[in-house]
Design a protein around this ligand. Structure first.
Ligand code: ATP
Length: 324
């Protein structure tokens, strides 16, 4: 195993609250272990284009509580091609970076896997995405904060929904995963969640909504994942309007990405950030650092990204029981 003298760290894909806490953890753990640290700006784009700066401890002072990412993030189509990854490798050699920690989601880890395999380069991932769609870790950095943001927004919409006795469809993020919509619905006492994993028939949705109004509920709220599989809130609204309903649609959008990370996300970021550097020092590579049943686990990239993170179907039963 080659000695690691310098670690590079980057954030990539969608930003998530808690990424800064992870950057801080990676930086300080590497410095603690007498290694050099280099912050790479704008994800893989910055790696290809040499946006690389040496980090000292003070570069990550006072960021643990800040949303977004001080390293910025970007989508980088060039990294999908071999030629782009080759340029990234040349840049790593020029900067004398011996190992890489990438903080991001599915796409980030797909790129990391290809890159690590092609160039035999030590690279580990820290799960940072609000969608919570990475297999092998109970949660991802940013998910808890986004969920709490959704809960606050839905609580506020509920006030107006109650006053006007209206049906609201609220669209939340989660293109391929319903964790935000389902747990958001549970935490706000909503009528139902329309999520990509489970087809919800129009009949069932109408039944749930009707059931609510029949029980003299003053309002009805349904959370919908933004996804091709659900048609999003506008798609569900269109179908309900054809059946005589008058739903109001709110799309929460990017408000879900920002804000101060919760304590839970900060702790997750600290633990996985420290473990990422420890893993590299142990000779681990090609894996995501997860936490399963409160234990640090190394999940091969190929497993983390396979998109089969199971959603607890029992939660849907609970939702139906609690909204009667
Ligand atoms: P989020 O889940 O929050 O959107 P993400 O990490 O999945 O985060 P993506 O935009 O999908 O975000 O991916 C980030 C970057 O990873 C892409 O811009 C691209 O540079 C790289 N990437 C994604 N998929 C691949 C792939 N199959 N091969 C190589 N690189 C990839």
């Amino acid at each position: 195993m080659r000695k690691i003298n310098c670690i590079g760290v980057l954030t990539s894909g969608g930003d998530a609250p808690g990424m800064n806490a992870a950057i801080r953890a990676v930086t300080r753990t590497a410095l603690f272990n007498h290694m050099q640290v280099k912050g790479i700006y704008h994800g893989y784009h910055g790696l290809i284009n040499d946006e690389v700066f040496e980090f000292r401890s003070e570069n990550v002072s006072n960021i643990i509580q800040r949303g977004g990412t001080i390293l910025k993030t970007a989508r980088c189509p060039e990294f999908r091609d071999y030629e782009g990854r080759r340029r990234a490798y040349d840049m790593l050699r020029k900067e004398k970076i011996d190992a890489l920690v990438v903080i991001g989601g599915n796409g980030t880890f797909s790129g990391a896997r290809e890159f690590g395999d092609e160039f035999d380069f030590p690279i580990v991932g820290v799960p940072g995405t609000i969608d919570n769609d990475l297999y092998g870790t109970d949660s991802t950095i940013g998910y808890d904060t986004a969920l709490n943001t959704i809960v606050r927004a839905v609580d506020q919409i509920k006030d107006t929904a109650e006053s006007h006795e209206r049906l609201f469809l609220i669209e939340v993020m989660g293109r391929d995963a319903g964790f935000l919509a389902l747990n958001g619905a549970l935490a706000t006492g909503s009528e139902a969640a329309v999520i990509p994993e489970i087809a919800t028939s129009e009949d069932l949705l109408e039944h749930l909504i009707q059931n609510g109004f029949r029980k003299r509920k003053k309002s009805s709220i349904v959370l919908v994942s933004e996804s091709d599989a659900t048609g999003g809130a506008q798609g569900v609204a269109k179908r309900l309007r054809e059946n005589g309903y008058e739903p109001h649609v709110t799309i929460l959008g990017h408000v879900q990405r920002g804000g101060t990370p919760t304590a839970s996300d900060r702790v997750l970021a600290c633990r996985t950030g420290v473990a990422a550097v420890d893993a590299l020092l142990e000779g681990q590579r090609g894996c995501m650092i997860g936490i399963k049943d409160d234990q640090i686990v190394y999940v091969p990239f190929s497993e983390a990204i396979k998109g089969e993170k199971p959603l607890d179907h029992h939660l849907i039963d609970i939702l139906r029981v609690l909204c009667i």
